[in-house]
Design a protein around this ligand. Sequence first.
Ligand code: SF4
Ligand code: SF4
Length: 178
Amino acid sequence: MKGEKKTKIVKSIRIDVDKCNGCRACEVICSSFHAIPKYSSNNPARSRIRIIREPLTDIYVPVYAGEYAVAECAGRDKYTIDGKEYEECAFCRASCPSRPEFKEPDSGLPLKCDMCEGEDEPLCVKWCLAEALIYEEREVEVDDVVEQAELEIGLDSLADKYGMDSIMDAVARMADKG
Ligand code: SF4
Ligand code: SF4
């Protein structure tokens, strides 16, 4: 069935790797904003942005938490930057069964950047004094029916993996967050 066209705002953050100085303020504010209750703690292990660090050569690469992947992918990528080879999947954004990144440390539930829903600008962007993170918005046309189908597939996958009780518990805690 063909869906109706509508428009939505796509939010994105452009990353200027050359400007990142590895201060990790973005990890601190992200985990603090998403703490329950809000701002009650900061634990970068819960952050939805990670800084891949190579302090000896001053290389710092911010990576945002992306989609939840129900199974690990068949491909692998390796990066070499300034002669250093990084681990497989080091820069991947997925919350994936093959590695611990972008998962809540206690529940194991996947973490995904939500662009600091409710804020006028993502907090990691505000806190990045080096201006390595640049917030951008653009309007695009989307197909309503396709979006709904994707949402249902995503929920089914999470429920299969973690059980519906865990999902409902996480949703309840998010609602409490206020
Ligand atoms: S706040 Fe900015 S400069 Fe600091 S680690 Fe994050 S992206 Fe890099
Ligand atoms: S936009 Fe918000 S949720 Fe996403 S990484 Fe930055 S602080 Fe975290």
